[in-house]
Structures are given as structure tokens and as C-alpha cells.
Design a binder for this molecule. Structure first.
Ligand SMILES: CC(C)(COP(=O)(O)OP(=O)(O)OC[C@H]1O[C@@H](n2cnc3c(N)ncnc32)[C@H](O)[C@@H]1OP(=O)(O)O)[C@@H](O)C(=O)NCCC(=O)NCCS
Length: 325
């Protein structure tokens, strides 16, 4: 989540916000449902606050359930996995799972039982129950998804993290080396899972009210700013968030997150341009080490994935809530 908080040594500094109120947004649930219009109000394309979130998730759920025939595994669609167990994950594949946390959060208890005391303590620190429930669902689902690949019980998984807070599995069997990263935004979450490779993923809701020009000027490289300005005004918000997610996915793949300055490397900007890491001062072989890519469309959101190496293919799955959730 994007949030600019303070100036440090004369430089604006940026850090993620743990929660943010939705003041206003244009609800895109018509597009979300891909021809299956889902409306929370008879007349409205515009709605505010919780209403917007509500109808978004109704739209997403309808979308997720609408096309059961999507061929699984195609990189330009969110496929349905063959069964409730995880699909096979060869070393040359990266799997990304998309889910609505708010659908899962209807029954947080089923996810809470997977968490260890430290995670429960983290959950308890959230001020608002909605954020707490999303956290519990996010971490419970992470455990459930990883455990299904490992054929383990979700409660037995142990995590460690690097100096910048990037979590990794601490309970690998020999040769297993499952790596993962996750991102959530406004009630949706994406999980990227692979083997033996660094991976980073980022998801952001496209909020047209964000002062994208100002943030870009302060944090992006001059050429990225130029690229954004050259685009028609109406596509600038989605271009900004697309650029942002590409940058953050790269930093998350490296494991440093936003502790590194965003103008020390450059990515492609336009939403219609293929995702690419163009140059970086963060190491001599970085552009050939990491491959950046977009994800199948998530209406109203921008998302990007960054994975070590070029010899892998992407399979994207949508996770539907189980009957019990
Ligand atoms: C990583 C970071 C960019 C994520 O910000 P965000 O957009 O608010 O959050 P997202 O939803 O995209 O991602 C959150 C997830 O990323 C993962 N993550 C946390 N730190 C990470 C890092 N340094 N690199 C990659 N992934 C990280 C976690 O799984 C986290 O989910 P969790 O809270 O359930 O554990 C931000 O937290 C960051 O910059 N962290 C580094 C700051 C730092 O150096 N801290 C040092 C003290 S720990």
C-alpha cells in the first residue's frame, strides 16, 4: 500500500501504511464482472467507502464464479485449479494465486486455527476488526496454500525472515526449497509460489484520487516521470500504479522492500507496455537476473511479479472460498 509519511534528512521518505480509509473511488464492478453486471445500487457506477468495497467484492466473487471453463494454467487468465489440492509445481513454473480476503474473512476462525502465537499477537494489534480479519485470512491462506504444495499440516509450517522482514519458510524438507511472496490490497491478495528462485509480487488498487504525479516526481526516475506525463490523463492513474507495482515487485523479489530508493532503477511505465526492468544501479547483472511480468487482468487493480531467471513459465490460479469458509 502506498503511503508517504515523513521527510528524512531533507529527502521525502516512503513507507507502507498498515491501513487506509477509503474516502472515495469509482466502483468498477460492471467491468469486474466481465459481462455479468453486478450492482450494489440500481443506478450507480460511483459509490463510496464501504459500499464501494462491498460491491467490488460482490463483483469479484461473481467474476470468479462466472467462468468455470477457463483453461487452467494459461498465463493470461486466472484458471481454476484441478482440485482443492495444489497443482504440481515443477521447478520451471511460478504459480500465482488470487483470492478475495473479504470472502474468506467471513469465517476467520477456520484460518485463525492455523496461526502460531506470534501471528495471533500481530493480528491482535490491528485496531479495526476488518483489518484484523484480513490479516488472519491472509496468513491463514498463506499457510494453507504452502502446506498443500508441501503436503503438510498448515499449523506445522515455521517462518523466518530477512533483515527487512521478507518471510521465508523455515521448515523445508531436503531439496524442497519452496519460495514465496505475497501482497494484499483492499481485501484482495495474491500469492506467488515457486522453487529455488527469488520472487516478489505486488498488488495495488488503482485509486484515481492518489496524487500520482506528485509521488512519481518525488520517487520515480526522471524518465519514468516523463513517460507517465506523456500518457493521456485518463490512463495516468493506472499507468502510475502499474509502474509502482513493477518497482515494488522488484524490490520485494530482492528482499529489501522500500528500504531502497525507487529512483535507483527503472521499469517500463505504460500499462500496455510489457513489464520490464530497464536499468538499475543496484548490481551489474540485475537486469538479466530478474524477469518482471504483469499478471492476468484484475479489474480495478495493478499487479506485477518479479522472479529470478528467465527459464520459467507462469500459471495463475484463482482460489474460490471453500464451502466451510
Ligand atoms: C515489503 C513492503 C514493500 C511491503 O509493503 P506493502 O505494499 O504495504 O505490502 P504488501 O501487501 O505488498 O506485502 C506485504 C507482504 O510482503 C512480505 N514482505 C514483508 N517484508 C518484505 C520484504 N522486505 N521484501 C519482500 N516481501 C516482504 C510479507 O509477506 C508481507 O505480508 P505479511 O505482513 O503478511 O507478512 C514493505 O513492508 C517494506 O518496504 N518493508 C521493508 C522495510 C524495512 O526494511 N524494514 C526493516 C525492518 S523489518
Amino acid at each position: 500500500m502506498i503511503g508517504i509519511t515523513a521527510k528524512k534528512h531533507g529527502q521525502p521518505s516512503i513507507r507502507p501504511q498498515s491501513c487506509q480509509r477509503d474516502n472515495h473511488a469509482v466502483c468498477t464492478f460492471d467491468e469486474l464482472a466481465h459481462g455479468t453486471p453486478v450492482r450494489s445500487r440500481p443506478t450507480g457506477r460511483e459509490c463510496t467507502g464501504c459500499v464501494e468495497r462491498e460491491c467490488y467484492h460482490r463483483g469479484l466473487d461473481a467474476n470468479l464464479h462466472a467462468d468455470q471453463r477457463t483453461p487452467a494454467g494459461m498465463s493470461d487468465t486466472w484458471g481454476l485449479p484441478p482440485a482443492r489440492t495444489a497443482p504440481a509445481l515443477p521447478g520451471d513454473e511460478v504459480h500465482v494465486w488470487l483470492t478475495s480476503l473479504d470472502s474468506c474473512a467471513k469465517n476467520v476462525a477456520s484460518f485463525e486455527q492455523f496461526l502460531e502465537p506470534e501471528e495471533r499477537a500481530r493480528a491482535a494489534r490491528y485496531r479495526f476488526s476488518r483489518d484484523r480479519d484480513r490479516f488472519v485470512a491472509r496468513r491463514g491462506l498463506l499457510r494453507q496454500v504452502l502446506a498443500s504444495y508441501l503436503d503438510e499440516d498448515p499449523t506445522t509450517l515455521r517462518f523466518a525472515s530477512n533483515a527487512h522482514g521478507k518471510p521465508r519458510l523455515d521448515t523445508q524438507r531436503d531439496g524442497e526449497s519452496l519460495t514465496f511472496n505475497l501482497s494484499d490490497s483492499h481485501g484482495l491478495a495474491v500469492y506467488a509460489i515457486t522453487r529455488h528462485r527469488g520472487v516478489g509480487i505486488d498488488l495495488e488498487r488503482i485509486d484515481p484520487a492518489t496524487n500520482s504525479e506528485d509521488i512519481a516526481e518525488r520517487f520515480f526516475s526522471p524518465r519514468e516521470v516523463e513517460g507517465l506525463r506523456a500518457l493521456p490523463k485518463r490512463v495516468q492513474p493506472s499507468a502510475f500504479f502499474t509502474c509502482w507495482t513493477r518497482k515494488e515487485a522488484y524490490l520485494k523479489a530482492r528482499g529489501e522492500g522500500l528500504s531502497l530508493p525507487l529512483d535507483r532503477f527503472e521499469v517500463s511505465v505504460g500499462p500496455d507496455e510489457p513489464a520490464a526492468l530497464l536499468w538499475t544501479t543496484l548490481g551489474p547483472r540485475e537486469t538479466s537476473r530478474w524477469r518482471l511480468t504483469g499478471l492476468p487482468s484484475i479489474p480495478g487493480y495493478a499487479a506485477a511479479l518479479c522472479v529470478e531467471g528467465y527459464d520459467w513459465q507462469l500459471r495463475c490460479w484463482r482460489r474460490l472460498p471453500a464451502q466451510s469458509e
